[in-house]
Design a protein. Structure first.
Length: 390
């Protein structure tokens, strides 16, 4: 059975060019970057060169890039680090109700440590209101953390405007850009971003590596203590093969960004149109245009999203109902509830995300099979029988 992958928002396959770049560092170039002899010096140069590549894709300086284990660590470091380092100035943090749990759970933890957290609501498309952001700012506000693009519904926030507001009030601005990296153009200076979390495995690089961009001059405490790696900011022996792979993935994404955005947006819109036209009682979740180029998220009434996923999996289609980090939860998506969906409709969500290997033929296969799956599941649904008057 041929398998078709539509969950690029959860993770991506490693690009062959990325893997090719990593292999020497798993074999002969295995030195510890902290060692003074040639093996170590070679490894150090590889890490430093990688820092240049990661910095380039977001318009940063290489000294502002600090390698981490991925997006979750970067989010934790940015928020906790700024909170603890600036608690003499204030204890108030502003974020949103639709953040990734790496942000929400970190903020929940800090609230138990005496910090005050304001959670901004979003509209039906998942966008924050800039006036509500301005009104939430206090004399004690030390950090604004708003994700660049939502991992479930794909909505892209007005990052430039948020950055301006933060800068005007002399408040640090952090954004979780794990989903945005490689899918939208990012310039941390033009957008007034002070801290930004990014990850490798969303852009065809290896898992277990990411970075935190920290603008020069930002006051931040360390999250991990130990050795003097990452300029004494993040202890632990660097994962050289993964870092080199991450850098190569950034290079490829940077070189192909315009073509990727154009191609994926066309396929995304084609898929959305096909689903909405072939299945009744379906709604598109997220903003129709201010969304990631590869994100399709719909809610289908009268059936459970899990049943759809299992049915798709039986014919070789991999999809999801939301964030991979919450796939084990029986609760409906906090993002879908935040944009105003009822529990019943939120439970019937389906996320199909497109990547650089997705073809129109694969999408046509989904569009051909999905209506029949939905009808079969609805025929077994008591809610649908009531709706049909049976």
């Amino acid at each position: 059975m041929q398998r078709r992958y539509f969950d690029y928002a959860a993770t991506t396959p490693i690009d062959k060019e990325v893997l090719k770049t990593m292999i020497p560092h798993l074999e002969e170039d295995f030195g510890n970057p902290s060692s003074v002899y040639s093996f170590g010096r070679d490894a150090r140069k590889s890490v430093d060169d990688a820092r240049d590549s990661v910095a380039k894709i977001i318009g940063a300086q290489n000294k502002e890039i600090f390698f981490t284990s991925g997006g979750t660590e970067s989010d934790n470091w940015a928020i906790k680090g700024v909170a603890y380092a600036n608690k003499d100035k204030g204890n108030h943090i502003i974020t949103t109700v639709i953040e990734h749990h790496a942000v929400l759970h970190t903020c929940k933890y800090l609230s138990k440590q005496g910090f005050e957290i304001t959670y901004l609501p979003v509209d039906e498309y998942g966008l924050i209101d800039l006036d509500e952001l301005k009104n939430a700012i206090k004399d004690t506000t030390i950090l604004i953390s708003v994700m660049f693009a939502n991992n479930e519904i794909g909505t892209i926030q007005p990052i430039e405007e948020i950055g301006k507001i933060a800068k005007e009030h002399k408040i640090y601005f952090h954004t979780d850009a794990v989903q945005a990296l490689g899918s939208v153009k990012i310039d941390v200076n033009a957008l007034n971003i002070d801290l930004m979390s990014i990850s490798s495995h969303k852009i065809y690089g290896p898992k277990g590596v990411g970075a935190l961009y920290i603008r020069k001059g930002v006051k931040i405490d360390n999250l991990i203590h130990g050795g003097s790696q990452e300029r004494k900011k993040r202890a632990g022996t660097e994962n050289v093969p993964a870092i080199v792979g991450f850098a190569k993935a950034c290079d490829l994404a940077f070189d192909n960004l315009d073509n990727y955005i154009e191609g994926s947006t066309k396929l995304r819109d084609y898929m959305i149109k096909g689903i909405l036209e072939s299945i009744d009682e379906v709604r598109l979740n997220g903003h129709p245009t201010k969304r990631l180029p590869g994100n399709v998220n719909v809610s289908i009434r009268y059936i459970e999203g899990e049943s759809i996923l299992l049915s798709l999996d039986l014919i070789g289609i991999a999809a999801s109902s939301g964030s991979a980090c919450t796939s084990g939860s029986l609760d409906p998506s906090h993002v879908l509830l935040a944009i105003g969906l009822t529990h019943e409709i939120a439970h019937g969500s389906l996320r199909l995300t497109i990547g650089k290997y997705t073809t129109k033929e694969e999408i046509d296969f989904v569009l051909d099979k999905l209506p029949g799956i939905i009808q079969r599941l609805r025929d077994m649904s008591p809610l649908y029988e009531i709706k049909e008057g049976k």
